[in-house]
Design a protein around this ligand. Structure first.
Ligand code: HEM
Ligand code: NAG
Ligand code: NAG
Ligand code: NAG
Length: 318
């Protein structure tokens, strides 16, 4: 008689361990009966947004990164500050920088009208970031779903756990490692900088003071980023094809045309040089590593089951 309960307990514990493993309890079919039109609604809204402004695809991809790196992919970055709530939008990496929130709002409005109270903001962000990248040329992938929304946010974790553009290679590797991501994942995910823009304030020191930079590239960038003033002036992260999701970012690094100090750290006689060179020559290799790394990033500490909530409005907790 004693064997039965023991065996049962063993199986249950094993089940919990497996369910809590790397891919969490996320599933590609999570909403297939509760909200079957979810993916087409997200795709439609993202198509409209990108037709208005291609950069929005980049901005939303970055929101997903900044969401996942701060206590998991739980929609915490979407919460507005209020008189009594400190969110992540005014953390240093996000302030005057994180953008695209209105696109998430309009997706959420459409999704709520069709599937009231069913789909989390965290999952909407995961789908929208995939669609943004794909609409700009990335290879597609299946997004795992079933994340729930946080009822908390952490400005200090956003300040401390999102890497800065001044980071060294060893800092980048360790900050990704802290999230369970490898150096290879880090280098592949940095390929997101094949789209989007950066402000003068984050690349000024690089274009005036770094020595591992192509001279004519530096001169071009200095023309719109003075040594003082013009902090918000924008430049494309990828000098070649700024709205196309391709491997030109890595070609730029090989040519010492990385815009951010942290970008060029990936090709500066260090451990990632060979991989950067491979990606620069082999778009298919980059594309498949990028997809694998995005799925791993999307699996960082999701809230599942009855944890968290399904927010009605992505900007505030219920
Ligand atoms: C490896 C460490 C990383 C650092 C230090 C970094 C830093 C930055 C900085 C400083 C900007 C410009 C922000 C501004 O001036 O307003 C930026 C933009 C961007 N980042 Fe990263 N990033 C990193 C990794 C990533 C990852 C992993 C992703 C996505 C998976 C990503 C996606 C983007 C995108 C798409 C933009 C352009 C956003 C826009 O145009 O609105 N970055 N990043
Ligand atoms: C959605 O559900 C909530 C309760 O969960 C209800 O208060 C609200 O009126 C519903 N909205 C729509 C558009 O049906
Ligand atoms: C470049 O380095 C010099 C000497 O350290 C410093 O005074 C100056 O502020 C730096 N310039 C920029 C734009 O970071
Ligand atoms: C990398 O090393 C080579 C050979 O030692 C050297 O010529 C080159 O300047 C170095 N590049 C950087 C960016 O340090």
């Amino acid at each position: 008689m004693a064997l039965f309960p023991t065996h049962f307990v063993t199986v249950s514990v094993l089940g919990l361990v497996l369910a809590g493993g790397v891919s969490g309890q996320l599933s590609s079919t999570f909403y297939s009966s509760s909200c079957p039109t979810l993916e087409s609604m997200v795709r439609l809204e993202m198509t409209q947004a990108i037709n208005r402004e291609a950069r929005l695809g980049a901005s939303i991809l970055r929101l997903f990164f900044h969401d996942c790196f701060v206590n998991g992919c739980d929609g915490s970055i979407l919460l507005d500050d209020t008189g009594t709530f400190v969110g992540e939008k005014n953390a240093l990496p996000n302030q005057n920088s994180a953008r695209g929130f209105e696109v998430i709002d309009s997706i959420k409005t459409r999704v709520e009208a069709a599937c009231n109270g069913t789909v989390s903001c965290a999952d909407i962000l995961a789908l929208a970031s995939r669609d943004g990248a794909v609409l700009l040329g990335a290879q597609t992938w299946t997004v795992l779903l079933g994340r729930r929304d946080a009822r908390t946010a952490s400005q200090s974790d956003a300040n401390n756990q999102i890497p800065a553009p001044t980071s060294s290679l060893s800092t980048l590797i360790s900050m990704f490692s802290n999230k369970g991501l490898s150096a290879r994942d880090m280098t592949a995910l940095s390929g997101s900088h094949t789209i989007g823009q950066a402000r003068c304030t984050v690349f000024r020191t690089r274009i005036y003071n770094d020595t591992n930079i192509d001279a004519s590239f530096a001169a071009t960038r200095r023309a719109n980023c003075p040594s003082t003033g013009g902090d918000g002036n924008l430049a494309p992260l990828d000098v070649q094809t700024p709205t196309q999701f391709d491997n030109a970012y890595y070609q730029n690094l090989v040519a010492q045309r990385g815009l951010l100090h942290s970008d060029q750290e990936l090709f500066n006689n260090g451990s990632q040089d060979a991989l950067v060179r491979s990606y620069s020559q082999n778009n298919a290799l980059f594309a498949s590593d990028f997809v694998a790394a995005m799925i791993r990033m999307g699996n960082i500490s999701p809230l599942t089951g009855t944890n968290g909530e399904i927010r009605r409005n992505c900007r505030r907790i219920n």
